[in-house]
Design a protein around this ligand. Structure first.
Ligand code: ARG
Length: 503
């Protein structure tokens, strides 16, 4: 590194080792385009405010577009020992192209502190929009499958032991509802990310007549991060993006775990499509759920990145500190992983084959309808749930001892047990017993809101389609706004450059 554009006060060039240690240039490739975008908006505002002249603006914009072109054509190597970061790199290149007198004006009223905060917000915005889109896509796939699996019974587990009889569609709707909340969190978070910090300068604002709302408008932000100290010091918007990613990934990791268990020979509830399964190098029969295991592992990594991020921030005093630079890698890696997890998970849900017969078989052999029987004793006989629990618990014990299942239940057995346990004989309608004896029908007895009763499932599916369509509209509106602002800015830049050429 020779002296560089920033080192006017320092006698010696930066030590090469120190430069490599210090530089964020390599990870800054993530924000290269954002830096150009922010610079163009800033330059236009400087011109509109009469801070720089029209001719200077044109030269600056033309050079920035040139640098963007070089970057997009892959013509630029970023060498950590040569520059501290992308900001120095681009400004140096600009000055090389248009000279110090003009190129040196771009940084007017700007510090790298508000500049990098802006770049990170723009980049996170782009990631969040992608995650948002993928999340909606996954929700749609899940809902479609929930619709297809309305008649598929599913054992529900607590402690990974048979709990209550259920339904696969109901399970898939549970996934949908969790993802709806992930979506809400994302929508909320996006609102806080989508604010412009530019114009905060190093920390205390500028004595030049900058127009902060105008820069925000040019970049498609919903306003500015008002307080200049807050604008450069705070990274809660990044922590929040990381937190929601971590919550989402943790959830998908749990569902992956369900699917991994369900794909085992012992469960046999599902089969991954061949194109998503991995073989073994030695065991020819293998069909491993490796991608789901990696979802699980990477969810752990995302939480690790969140923790690292929190730890890096907790000791930084108010204001910009170089620690903040380290955040970028953590944030971008976590968001990239989240996106990858979402994409792969959508593929799994779309093409996984649920083995309905096996699910049916497990339910038919289960004692899980015991709770439904107990509740029916309460309902028909007015006895307490505790008494009903005692009777049914004893009934199940007898069945297990005799190697029998719920299908072998008969009224006499219940009467005999209740005489023994309660000292009185209880009786329930035959039609109730018929349902209990056919466990997959027991979900019809559930009456509570949100239960797997088929009517409830139908109602929820209908309601969730409505929710999904509403949320899609919100997303389309938000992403349209961003796209339009990007196109508008690009058109503006082009026309300003074009006018420059015709002069
Ligand atoms: N490379 C730095 C970062 O990513 C840019 C800001 C540097 N600011 C400063 N005052 N040294 O955070």
């Amino acid at each position: 590194m020779d002296s560089g554009i920033y080192r006017s006060r320092l006698g010696k060039p930066l030590d090469r080792e120190a430069a490599r240690f210090l530089s964020s240039l390599e990870e800054d490739s993530e924000i290269f385009l954002e830096d150009i975008l922010g610079s163009e908006a800033h330059a236009i505002m400087l011109y509109e405010q009469g801070i720089i002249g029209r001719g200077d603006l044109e030269k600056i914009l033309r050079a920035l577009e040139g640098i963007k072109g070089e970057w997009l054509r892959g013509k630029m190597g970023l060498k950590a020992e040569e520059f501290e970061d992308v900001h120095e790199f681009i400004e140096t290149r600009l000055i090389e192209m248009v000279g110090l007198k003009v190129g040196g004006k771009l940084h007017t009223g700007r510090s790298r502190n508000d500049q990098v905060a802006l770049d990170i917000r723009l980049r996170i915005r782009r990631y969040l929009l992608e995650i948002w889109n993928e999340l909606l896509n996954l929700m749609e796939i899940i809902l479609t499958r929930a619709e297809e699996e309305r008649d598929t019974p599913l054992m529900l587990y607590t402690h990974l032991q048979h709990a209550q009889t259920g339904n696969l569609s109901h399970y898939l709707l549970a996934l949908f509802d969790h993802l709806s909340r992930d979506l809400e969190r994302l929508e909320e978070c996006y609102r806080r990310v989508n604010k412009s910090p530019l114009g905060a300068s190093a920390i205390g604002g500028s004595s030049l007549p900058l127009n902060r709302p105008r820069v925000a408008e040019l970049l498609g932000f919903d306003g500015v991060v008002e307080n200049s100290i807050d604008a450069v010091s705070s990274r809660d918007f990044a922590l929040e993006s990381l937190s929601i990613s971590s919550i989402l990934a943790t959830f998908l990791s749990r569902v992956s775990e369900d699917f991994i268990i369900w794909s085992s020979s012992e469960f046999g509830y599902l089969e991954l499509p061949d194109q998503l399964a991995s073989p073994s190098s030695i065991m020819p029969h293998k069909k491993n759920p490796c991608i789901l295991e990696l979802v699980r592992a990477r969810a752990g990594r995302i939480s690790g990145l969140l923790t690292a991020s929190l730890m890096e921030l907790k000791g930084t005093p108010t204001g910009y500190n170089r620690d903040l630079q380290n955040q970028k890698q953590l944030i971008f890696e976590a968001l990239k992983e989240t996106l990858a997890i979402l994409r792969i998970f959508s593929k799994v849900v779309k093409d996984v084959r649920f083995r309905v017969e096996r699910m049916r078989e497990v339910i038919s052999e289960s004692y899980a309808p015991a709770i439904d029987l107990a509740e029916n004793l309460v309902k028909y006989l007015g006895i307490s749930i505790r008494e009903a629990h005692m009777i049914v618990g004893e009934v199940v014990k007898v069945l297990v001892e005799k190697g029998m299942g719920m299908k072998d239940l008969d009224l006499n057995m219940i009467k005999e047990v209740s005489r023994r346990v309660l000292g009185k004989e209880v009786d329930i309608p035959e039609k109730v017993l018929e349902v209990i004896k056919e466990p997959s029908r027991t979900v019809r007895m559930r009456r509570t809101i949100g239960s797997p009763n088929p009517n409830e499932i139908s109602r929820m599916i209908k309601d969730r389609w409505k929710t999904l369509n509403e949320r899609k509209k919100v997303f389309q509106e938000v992403s349209r706004k961003v796209h339009e602002s990007e196109e508008r800015l690009q058109r503006m830049v082009k026309s300003l450059i074009g006018q420059g050429q015709s002069k």
